[in-house]
Write a protein that binds this ligand. Structure first.
Ligand SMILES: [Zn+2]
Length: 110
């Protein structure tokens, strides 16, 4: 597995954050973490560009205006993608939320 970026206008998978927005692009970053037994685990972290959640992003604005990637806009799209990549960071786990969920599970509330 390797990381990469993918523009997906037209594929229209639903956003896992808002459940309604169209995913316009996916950035996959290689990610390694250590499991409970101390072994490194390799995986991918995904950063999604959602038409709704990321409505202020210039790349989202482009697709809102043009609907799809147009060949004559290749240079502009390339620049907008590079700018999005420079801002995109994988989501970090919320330790408090994880702890609260684990506590609820132990109490039998889940
Ligand atoms: Zn969304």
């Amino acid at each position: 597995m390797s990381g990469g970026a993918e523009a997906l206008p037209g594929a229209a998978p639903a956003c896992p954050r808002c459940r309604t927005g169209e995913i316009l692009a996916v950035l996959r970053l290689p990610r390694t973490w250590t499991n409970a037994s101390g072994r490194p685990v390799r995986g991918l972290a995904e950063v999604l560009l959602c038409a709704r959640c990321d409505a202020g992003d210039p790349l989202v604005t482009y697709f809102a205006v043009h609907g799809t990637a147009r060949p004559e806009h290749a240079a502009l799209l390339s620049r907008l993608l590079r700018e999005w990549l420079s801002r995109a960071h994988p989501p970090t786990p919320d330790e408090d939320a994880l702890r609260a969920e684990a506590d609820a599970w132990r109490r039998g509330d889940l």
